[in-house]
Write a protein that binds this ligand. Structure first.
Ligand code: AHG
Ligand code: MN
Ligand code: MN
Length: 322
């Protein structure tokens, strides 16, 4: 099995970007270890703090954030970072080439039940004329990402990543401590009979999503004339991993639960990186009005509705909005 760096050189990834990716992955190996030891080292449960979005921070959210922040800001490659667990973007080296946005631990509510969680990251090139401390650095659309990926802390620790040359999957080999390539060019099947949505929010969705899901639930006897299966991991990283591997549609639609929010998921460190991975695997990733990666960001923590997965099913879902 191929090691990480040769697999990236094969895709003509620059040495600087390879070094940055290795820096991020060094932190994920430590996070993977801390996650596995959490119960034994007093890292279960919540802190007394909330993040800027008003969500209670888990102890492991804080630890994972600090590990990533430290390695990235010390690397010399990074001009600024933004994280779910940081109020504002944080300046790094003025001459750093890259910007990194990350969700240190996605699926935090799964921590306390020893279920699937992961780290999501997105890399842009830094803007030369803009100071490291200026959040305007991050006002770049998802189409400008040079790399995106996630590390899943599951039964095995897995990396799924793209640098714009397909979406590849790696497994952390603990015998030598590196990530090994297990599958090149994941391809999401265009057709599917599986969907993922938090059904408990049904009464808050807009009419088109209500109608679409009702038709899926009607199964063989309904207009779709086939039965659908449902899955919900409550960690986007886990749901998207399933979709990348065996197809499906995943959505967190706009709802009226909290009208001040355009959706639950965050553009910069959840929706954009997952969109890059999904599109590179032949799938679609959209809002009800357009491609997610074309959104011009206004805030590092902005939220967005997300509909992604198997091409034909995402198009079908969108047809309910037109
Ligand atoms: P985070 O743990 O980083 O705050 O993200 C959780 C997100 C996402 O991963 C998941 O798909 C969704 O929240 C789950 O939402 P519900 O609580 O509505 O199931
Ligand atoms: Mn998240
Ligand atoms: Mn998180």
């Amino acid at each position: 099995m191929q090691r990480l760096a040769p697999s990236l050189r094969q895709d003509n990834v620059s040495l600087d970007l390879i070094s940055l990716i290795k820096t991020i992955l060094a932190a994920t190996k430590e996070i993977s270890f801390r996650v596995s030891q959490a119960h034994l080292s007093g890292l279960m449960g919540s802190t007394l703090d909330e993040n800027i979005q008003g969500e209670v921070q888990k102890k492991l959210d804080v630890v994972a954030n600090q590990l990533l922040k430290d390695v990235l800001l010390e690397s010399g490659f990074v001009k600024a970072i933004s994280s779910e667990e940081e109020d504002n973007s944080v300046a790094g080296d003025e001459d750093g080439k890259f910007l990194v946005s990350f969700d240190p631990l996605d699926g935090s509510s799964n921590i306390d039940i020893n279920s699937l969680i992961g780290t999501i990251f997105s890399i842009h090139e830094a803007l030369p004329g803009v100071e490291a401390g200026d959040p305007a650095q991050f006002k770049q659309a998802g189409t400008k990402q040079v790399c995106a990926g996630y590390v899943l802390y599951g039964p095995s620790t897995m990396l799924v990543m793209t640098t714009g040359n397909g979406t590849h999957m790696y497994v952390l080999d603990r015998t030598h401590g590196g990530y090994l390539l297990v599958e090149r060019n994941l391809q999401i099947p265009e057709e599917t009979q599986e969907f993922a949505i938090n059904m408990s929010n049904q009464r808050f969705w807009q009419a088109p999503m209500q109608n679409y899901i009702n038709d899926l639930l009607a199964g063989k006897e309904g207009p779709r004339e086939k039965n659908f299966n449902m899955r919900w991991i409550a960690a986007m990283v886990g749901d998207v991993h399933r979709v990348l591997n065996r197809g499906g549609i995943f959505t967190y639609p706009k709802d009226t639960k909290d009208p001040s929010k355009a959706g639950k998921l965050r553009l910069m460190y959840e929706a954009n990186p997952m969109s890059f991975l999904v599109e590179q695997a032949g799938g679609l990733s959209v809002t009800s009005t357009g491609r997610i990666m074309e959104i011009e960001p206004t805030d590092v923590h902005q939220r967005v509705e997300v509909i992604l997965g198997s091409k034909n099913e995402v198009e079908k879902c969108l047809s309910y909005y037109s």
